[in-house]
Design a protein. Structure first.
Lengths: 564, 95
């Protein structure tokens, strides 16, 4: 049936085997599976590689294109990096869940039809929830449930859209569309929920920081970037996305500035970075889509690197708040250096992968004469340096001396961080390594003296602003209300009110009916009054129901026996 | 611990030197615009020192905006758990 090995199924098979193997065999499996999957990804030719008919729908589980291969490649690379980072520290079921989650992301990358797309999409939702739960604390349990509700809701909305498109157009192909009717809007909203777009961005910063130090590395990579890929495939040039993206960019910065928890700062900056990509998809030119794809690729590497650095700190110290941390550069120099490289890359410093990819998006905005977008993105670039580029390393590794003297990261965590640091710089110094694999031909030249100088001014003076405004940035032991307040508090209060009102109405009714029945009984006289008063109204109804159920069961059994 | 004498990186003298070095680099990035032409896509962004001023001011604006927003949005860390305990009374987690 398949001329090619399906890379997603290789990951699923690997994930299943993780639980069965022990010791070195498991290590080999954890590190080998993503590489095998990566090999399979590069065997997939352009175009539809396999078609299966299911319920008269042509299912195309594998469709190759440069864009799809690019995303699948980074997902497989990330699974490898995450596996290397986690395999000695994470529980086997966390690794298995994370690999299945990665399989979902790779599967979505190659989905040629909306049904396959949806199945892998839900696979991601399910197993990312398990990864959140692997945090193992009451907080992660609760956050995981909220996360699951949000993603299942998103899935339902997506499904409504897909079914609408299938019924009304007769085609389930993954192909560009515009949000022009109810069906396509539903698909767009379903995808945007996964991209952490407003008003539900809060799911991301709620759930990711509750996972284990290793789990958040996996979580940072797949869900939002799969959503970016889905947007590129389905909604290139959708004008709504420009505004949505710009909002996400600013939202991420402002909330990250207010935040005290290290991983929550990084979580908000995911929203910020994905905002750049969403905005680029909205611009929709070849340059912009190249920029979105390239930025997603680079972003996965440096964001995972930042989460690895934060994870190593949390693993060694047990603390995750800026107010508890500080001065760790003394004993965790490698983690500090890798964290700083990640921070420079996310800020788009020249010679890092952030510079060679993010500036493509700004260039696309400039080419289209989108003045407002261009200046917002420039301000946001400065803001990224402020909230992630300096704030993260400063509060964790410098700031004050917290007195903590933890050991540096374990060797496998260190190896993963060094690997990603090297990649971040490699793509910054030799951008053509990445440009060669972008969906459209690249004529963009990232390194011109003027552009480098402009960004150096922009970034270094935001650095100056950071240190001058440091008194204003003093961390406090607080959280900031986000849109999740709507469902964690407001919706909860409404539900409680409805519940308590309903309950009191119920009780009132019950007493009324009871009185009414008493009156009836008295009127009927003493013939069967004794039994009635003993059985009670509800108990009697229940016993009849049970009897009916048993009769139904016996009848079914009888019919089954008769037929067999 | 081992900190009778401070790590060289956090000694006041080093920090003073770092500030000097940083200031010189900042000045250089602006002065360099005499030599290096910065292409402005929309006119203003080609102005002398535009990147520096824009970067600084947008950061200032964002920090102040965040600070102002924080007045309304900041809550105690146990806001969500405390609220559950208060309203629930049964203590069945903070779902």
């Amino acid at each position: 049936m398949f001329d090619v090995w399906p890379p997603a199924l290789i990951m699923v098979a690997g994930a299943i085997l993780i639980g069965l193997l022990r010791g070195h065999w498991r290590t080999l499996l954890v590190l080998g599976t993503p590489l095998l999957s990566l090999w399979a990804i590069w065997q997939i030719p352009d175009g539809v590689a396999a078609t299966v008919t299911f319920l008269e729908y042509p299912i195309e589980p594998i469709e190759g294109s440069p864009l799809r291969r690019l995303f699948a490649t980074i997902f497989a690379l990330m699974a490898f990096g995450g596996g290397l980072y986690a395999f000695r520290q994470a529980k086997w079921y966390e690794l298995a869940a994370a690999y299945t989650y990665a399989a979902g992301a790779i599967g979505v990358s190659f989905a040629g039809d909306l049904i396959t797309f949806f199945l892998y999409w839900e696979l991601m939702a399910l197993f990312s929830t398990v990864v959140v739960w692997c945090g193992g604390t009451p907080g992660s349990r609760a956050a995981g449930i909220r996360y699951a509700i949000m993603h299942l809701l998103g899935g339902v909305i997506l499904k409504v859209g897909i079914e609408g498109v299938a019924v009304h157009t007769g085609s389930i192909d993954v192909q560009p569309m515009l949000a022009s009717n109810f069906d396509t809007w539903m698909i767009l909203i379903g995808i945007l929920i996964n991209a952490a777009a407003p008003p539900v961005s809060a799911w991301l910063s709620d759930a990711y920081p509750e996972s284990s130090p290793t789990g958040s590395v996996f979580l940072s990579a797949f869900t939002t970037k799969t959503a970016v890929l889905a947007l590129i495939l389905l909604f290139p040039g959708e004008p709504v996305l420009v505004g949505v993206g710009l909002f996400m960019v600013m939202y991420g910065i402002i909330y990250a500035l207010l935040e005290n928890d290290v991983r929550r700062i990084l979580a908000y900056s995911i929203v910020n970075q994905v905002g750049f990509m969403v905005c680029a998809v909205g611009i929709g030119t070849q340059m912009a889509l190249n920029g979105a794809a390239a930025h997603a690729f680079a972003h996965i590497l440096y964001k995972a690197l930042l989460f690895m650095s934060a994870g190593a700190v949390i693993y060694r110290t047990g603390f995750s708040k800026c107010t508890d941390l500080g001065g760790l550069f003394r004993t965790m120099p490698l983690t500090a250096v890798c964290g700083i490289i990640g921070a420079l890359a996310i800020s788009g410093f020249p010679l890092t992968s952030g510079f060679t990819t993010k500036t493509m998006i700004s260039q696309a905005a400039a080419d289209e004469s989108l003045v407002f977008v261009y200046f917002m993105l420039a301000a946001a670039s400065a803001g990224v340096f402020l909230h992630a580029g300096i704030k993260f390393p400063w509060f964790v590794f410098f700031q004050k001396d917290s007195g903590l003297r933890p050991k540096d990261a374990p060797w496998n965590m260190a190896a993963a961080m060094v690997l990603l640091s090297v990649l971040c710089i490699l793509l910054g110094v030799f951008p053509n390594l990445l440009y060669a694999y972008l969906p459209y031909p690249v004529e963009y030249v990232p390194y011109t003296a003027g552009k480098v100088l402009f960004y150096l001014q922009l970034l270094l003076f935001s650095g100056l602003a950071f240190f001058l405004l440091l008194p204003l940035m003093k961390r406090t032991l607080t959280i900031s209300l986000d849109s999740d307040w709507l469902w964690r508090v407001l919706l909860y209060r409404i539900a409680r009110t409805i519940y308590t009102t309903g309950a009191s109405i119920g009780i009132a009714l019950q007493t009324r009916i009871g009185k009414f029945l008493d009156a009836l009984r008295k009127r009927a006289g003493g013939h069967f009054g004794t039994q009635l008063s003993r059985a009670g109204v509800f108990a009697r109804a229940w016993s009849i129901g049970t009897t009916a159920l048993w009769i139904a069961v016996l009848l079914t059994a009888y019919v089954l026996f008769y037929l067999v | 611990m081992n900190d009778d004498n401070l790590h060289w990186l956090v000694r006041p003298a080093t920090i003073r030197k770092l500030w000097w070095a940083f200031s010189i680099v900042l000045a250089l990035t602006v002065v360099a615009q005499f030599i290096i032409y910065v292409k402005g896509y929309f006119g203003v962004d080609g102005w002398f020192g535009f990147g520096a001023v824009f970067g600084f001011l947008s950061c200032l604006a964002m920090v102040l905006f965040a600070k102002a927003l924080g007045v309304f949005l900041k809550r105690d860390e146990d806001y969500y758990t405390a609220q559950d305990d208060a309203e629930d009374g049964k203590g069945d987690g903070d779902v």
